[in-house]
Design a protein around this ligand. Structure first.
Ligand SMILES: [Zn+2]
Length: 69
């Protein structure tokens, strides 16, 4: 697995999590601290799937990139 850091921060309620890759390729995963523990775990799994699939380089439409749980 690539280098990454998972942080829990307050995000707008509709956002479960977001991953930002910096210029060195390091992944910063932000998970919404307002979610339940279960939802946070789902959000982490979701963001890790993006990293595994290299979705950040995907040219697919965002609706397709996001069409998994
Ligand atoms: Zn996503």
């Amino acid at each position: 697995m690539e280098d990454m850091c998972i942080r829990f921060i307050d995000l707008p309620c509709r956002i479960n999590g977001v991953t930002v890759q910096d210029e060195s390729g390091f992944y910063n995963v932000y998970i919404n601290a307002r979610l339940s523990i279960e939802a946070q775990h789902e959000a982490i799994a979701h963001e890790l799937t993006h990293i595994k699939r290299d979705d950040f380089y995907s040219l697919e439409p965002i609706t397709k990139v996001e069409s998994f749980k």
